[in-house]
Design a protein around this ligand. Structure first.
Ligand code: ZN
Length: 391
């Protein structure tokens, strides 16, 4: 008789915010999907069942990083998705604007289809995406093609989860002001998808920018220390709390120059925690935002509660990209993307990208990454191919 489970993740503290679970449980996996959560699902010697010892660890849904750069071979500054994921607990990466309408088909072929990581995309409102970097993709209004973006979204609904626009100041938008974001919002409203807006070095007043956003839109680099940030006159701008009340989401997007502990501390004083935590990993930022667990550790250091930190990379991240029904949870039936994390209670020195450091008392690292029921780096698992094709 076939064993009940192909794999059991045993003895860890399961934290699944989507199901409000925080308990010592085993996770049973069969044919690449989660089939059961419960105590003592399999004896340690169950033949035919691989047992992963998670004791002492946190067992959470595979982490979802909603802002990273992975279009290797087409855009500069990218890092291959599987290099970011395999050792970090991340199982889903969302490329934040690497591809635009002219380059999304290649993105699907070269990156989405070729990666073991699940890769999704925010489509850049500029048809060329970030392929022209460091020349700004929104300098020419002719590149901000509303119809082309809408067509691309209709062709690739399995890949595209929203739109991306960089309101990154003169080097990105020239003299076009907030027109790039306005056009992204036109498309987003027409197709019912969120717009992710990069705010670092924005040259428009932040209150004006925030006022244009609505439910589900995402402000990334939310703790940037650049001039037009959420910090105005040393405090959190009221426009940020107004925007949150309307359903606008705030994403960390750490990156190489977009995370300032001073701004994060100001937000923390108001319990203004980020909705989602992301790395903005690319080849320059990789030395600063080393991994998603590293950025999560920085949120712990500013006082964000552990369960909120986990929700921000699982249930809330999945909801932000419209995938809460299938990602960011260990609900029976979903693809078995699972991370085993270790929470080390130790003194740790953490740096931002504005020259500040903080010492924290806790550090998160990834012990194990499981993608579609297969332990990453382990020999191919019987359930692996089935699940990846079926999801
Ligand atoms: Zn980015």
């Amino acid at each position: 008789m076939a064993p009940r489970f192909d794999l059991v993740v045993k003895g860890g503290r399961v934290v699944d915010p989507a199901q409000q679970i925080d308990d010592l449980l085993d996770v049973g996996v069969r044919r690449g999907r989660v089939v059961e959560l419960g105590p003592d699902l399999a004896p340690a010697d169950a033949s035919g069942t691989r047992i992963v010892d998670a004791s002492g660890g946190l067992v959470v849904p595979g982490l979802v990083d909603i802002h990273a750069h992975v279009y290797s071979g087409v855009c500069p500054l990218t890092v291959p998705a599987d290099e970011m994921s395999s050792q970090t607990g991340v199982t889903t990466i969302v490329s934040a604007g690497d591809a635009g309408a002219n380059t999304i088909e290649g993105f699907r072929q070269l990156i989405v289809n070729a990666s073991r990581t699940r890769v999704l995309a925010f489509l850049n409102i500029s048809t060329i995406g970030l392929a022209s970097f460091p020349v700004g993709e929104s300098l020419e209004l002719g590149l901000l093609d509303v119809d082309a973006a809408a067509t691309a979204i209709s062709r690739f609904p399995d890949v595209i989860v929203g739109l991306k626009v960089r309101q990154g100041g003169a080097s990105v938008t020239g003299s076009n002001g907030l027109e790039p974001m306005r056009r992204a919002l036109v498309v987003g409203r027409a197709v019912g998808l969120p717009v992710m807006v990069h705010i670092t070095d924005c040259d428009a007043p932040i209150d004006e920018l925030l006022a244009m956003l609505g439910t589900g839109d995402i402000v990334t680099h939310c703790f940037t220390g650049s001039a037009h940030s959420l910090r105005q006159n040393g405090r959190l701008t009221a426009a940020a709390t107004d925007a949150r009340a309307r359903g606008v989401l705030f994403d960390v997007g750490h990156g190489a120059g977009s995370f300032d502990f001073d701004v994060a501390d100001i937000a923390a004083k108001s319990d203004f925690w980020p909705d989602t935590i992301s790395t903005d990993l690319h080849s320059i930022s990789a030395s600063k935002a080393k991994s998603l667990p590293d950025v999560m550790s920085k949120m712990l250091a500013i006082g964000m509660p552990l369960k909120a930190v986990i929700a921000a990379v699982t249930s809330k991240a999945a909801r932000a990209i419209g995938r809460a029904d299938r990602l960011g949870t260990l609900r029976p039936g979903v693809v078995a993307d699972i991370a085993v994390l270790d929470l080390h209670h130790e003194q740790v020195q953490l740096s931002d990208t504005f020259g500040h450091t903080r010492s924290g008392q806790e550090r998160l690292t990834a012990r194990l990454t499981i993608r579609a029921g297969a332990v990453w780096g382990a020999p191919s698992h019987p359930g692996m191919g089935v699940a990846v094709l079926a999801e």
